[in-house]
Structure formats: C-alpha cells, structure tokens
Design a protein around this ligand. Structure first.
Ligand code: PMP
Length: 386
C-alpha cells in the first residue's frame, strides 16, 4: 500500500487522509456517473452538483454573507496580485493610491505586481528592516491608515491590502492586532489568506475581498478562492484580461471557461470534511494546540532551536526555526536534521530557499500525532548533537 510520511510542506501540503480515500473510492465511478470527476464535462449536471455543493459548504464554513460572491479562479494566488489592482483600481484612474501593508515576501510581491501595472502604490508599512520577523506597530498603522482615510497622505486609497499569514517568514496577523481596526470604514480591505484559510472563524463582512490558493489548508493546487463583496465588482479597468475579471467570473458562476474541476471537487470534499470535524472553530482549537506544542519545544530547547519571529507575530501554521550553535545558525546541523528527519518519515522541513533554516508547516490536515512525532524527533536530535 505504500508508506505515508508526516508531510510538513508549506504547500502543496498534507491532505486529510479520509479525503484521499474518498477520492480513491470514487476514482472510476463518481456518484454513479460511470466516470472520474476529472473526466466530467464542467457543464454536466454531475459536476454542477459538485460545484454548487462546494460553494454552499464554504459559505456555511465561513458564514459568508449573501452580498459576497465566492469565485473559483486560476493562476494561483499570484494571479490575484494583479487581479486585485485591475478589479479595484476605480475604472482606470491610476492616480488613486493603493495602500499595502508589507509584512513579508508575499505582500511585497503583491505590492510590486500592482506597481508594475502602473498603480500608485503606497507602502503603509514595511517590516523588511526587521527581516520580516515582526508585525507593524499598531499605533503607527492606525496613524498611517487613519491619515490616508482623511485624504491627508495624498488621497484616500482605493483599497488597503495585507497578507494574513506570511508563509515564508512565519508572521501572522492576529485578530487582536488586526489591520482591520484601523482602516476607514469606506475603504475596502483586501486580504491574502492563502496559508491560514479555514484555520479560524473570520468576520467576512469586515473585508472587501478575501482570497487564497487552495494548496495549503484546502485542496490541490490549481484553484484560487476569491470571496468578494458584490459592490466591488463595478470598479475594474476596462482592459482587464478575462481570466482575471472577477465580475465575469461572478456573472458566469466561475464557469466562463473550463474551471479546474478536479481541484474544485477535492476542495469540496475538504469543506465537507472540515464541517463534519466541527468547522473552523474546531480547526482554530486544533491549530492553536499544535502550534503551542511546537513553540514550546523550540522555546524549551535552551536555545538549540530558535524561532526568529517575535512572539506577538508568530504564525500558528508556518513555523520557521534555526538550529543555533555558539550564537550562530548551524547550517551543517540543519542539513543533518533534514536528512535524519526524512529517514524517520518526517519530510519537507526545510525553510524557504530565500531564508534557509527549517520551517514546520502545520496546516489543518496535519494531525497532532504528526506534531508529536516531530517534537520527539527534535528532542532526539538535540540529545545527539546539542
Ligand atoms: N500568498 C501566500 C501567502 C502564499 O503562501 C503563496 C504561495 N506560497 C502565494 C501567495 C502564491 O501562491 P501561488 O503559488 O498559488 O501563486
């Protein structure tokens, strides 16, 4: 049957085993259709049922209000970096500023993409001086965003953009320090939730747009979920590519062209799985428990393992970690750690290639047993090499 490993990848990441088994059982004949979902026409009644149920289940999971559309887009979250600007820029008025809260590589890339398209990008804040190990100071944010709201900083922005969880740097915006609190009510907030989607309840009504790629907490790569308030569909530039146009997707129920049917199907199975497991409130509790175990292991290692991120900014789902000897990262030991871990069935533990070190990603589908296995391995490794 093959061997399952503990997969700590930052994405595509671990899937719930029950979902994989469900898909396996339906591979040759899905719901009496006599075919796999990947063989179905996207216009067939059988696929329509899958598509419709998946959206309904996501709406239930996040209590999405009726005046929000749920769209299935393609091109990854990266395509949305451009789509955000092109859909919201205000009918082509490129002088309208757009505000970006830059807390890591993903919000930085989003800001750069908008800029490349001609946007008047203002970096409300940028934590790159701290190598993205902190979150912006709440008071400074309040001042900046508040001033912009009054038009004091060269005009009111078309939107304020932030990334809820920076996957590479392991920085997460906690609800308590939310950017949301400081944005003027009439300025829509756009949020990239790619890596912490469905890990806690959110108040959708406070956002203009929430989006994320599926390949971390939801399903396979290939589909990006966009949740957008309906009044924001009137603001796009006239020359928007069809594949980035939210209003076109909304008008066509995400079926303007062939959607990523398989990715939508698997995402739908995951939504049902999460609902049955108690919804996002249950995910939040599990997520907190898993993260607490790993951070306790890091903080309790006497400095052998060290998390570079400041406590208040620590992500619950992506945990960067260095092995430190004599006050410096010990790269050779980290390489050894990765090799020995793989031998023990613990894989994808390396940090993003831009930052090095180790990174433990704890998405919804990672069971506590996997976390326990990781912690036991960390202790063993330290005993041997610490
Ligand atoms: N935003 C975040 C927070 C991410 O983690 C990633 C991918 N790791 C992206 C955007 C880009 O996603 P994609 O590769 O689907 O374009």
């Amino acid at each position: 049957a093959g061997r399952r490993v503990w997969n700590f990848s930052a994405g595509p990441g671990v899937m719930p085993e029950a979902v994989l088994r469900h898909a396996q059982a339906e591979m040759l004949d899905a719901a009496g259709s006599g075919m796999s979902v990947m063989e179905m026409s996207h216009r067939s009644p059988a696929f329509d049922a899958i598509h419709t149920a998946s959206i309904a289940d996501l709406r239930t999971l996040l209590a999405i209000p009726d005046n929000y559309h749920v769209l299935y887009m393609q091109g990854g979250a990266t395509a949305q970096f451009a789509a955000v600007y092109l859909n919201l820029v205000g009918q082509g008025d490129t002088t309208t500023p757009v505000d970006y809260v830059v807390t890591g590589v993903w919000s930085d890339k989003a800001a750069k993409e908008a800029q490349a398209l001609g946007a008047h990008v203002r970096r409300v804040t940028d934590t790159s001086a701290d190598r993205h190990t902190t979150l912006p100071d709440a008071a400074a944010l309040a001042l900046q965003l508040g001033a912009a709201g009054h038009g004091d900083r060269g005009g009111k922005p078309a939107y304020v953009y932030y990334c809820d969880n920076e996957t590479v740097h392991g920085v997460e915006v906690s609800p308590a320090t939310a950017v949301l609190d400081h944005v003027p009510k009439d300025v829509p907030v756009v949020c990239d939730m790619s890596s912490n989607f469905l890990t806690r309840p959110i108040d959708v009504a406070r956002y203009g747009v929430i989006y994320g790629g599926a390949q971390k907490n939801i399903g396979p790569a290939g589909v990006t979920i966009v949740i957008v308030r309906d009044d924001l569909l009137q603001r796009r530039v006239p020359a928007i590519p069809a594949m980035l146009d939210w209003s076109l997707a909304a008008k066509n129920n995400s079926l303007y062209n062939t959607p990523p049917t398989w990715a939508i199907y698997i995402s739908g199975l995951v939504f049902k799985h999460v609902l049955a497991a108690g919804g996002v409130t249950a995910m939040e509790a599990q997520c907190a428990a898993k993260a607490a175990r790993v951070y306790a292991a890091i903080d309790g290692s006497g400095g052998f393992y060290r998390g570079p991120v400041h406590h208040a900014a620590r992500s619950r789902v992506n945990i960067p970690c260095r092995i430190v000897v004599d006050g410096a990262p010990a790269e050779a030991l980290e390489t050894q750690f990765l090799a020995d871990a793989a031998d023990a069935g613990l894989v994808e533990l390396s940090g993003h290639r831009s930052v090095g070190g180790l990174r433990f990603s704890l998405y919804n589908a990672m069971p506590m047993a996997g976390v326990e296995a990781l912690i036991a391995f960390m202790a063993q490794f330290q005993q041997k090499h610490g």
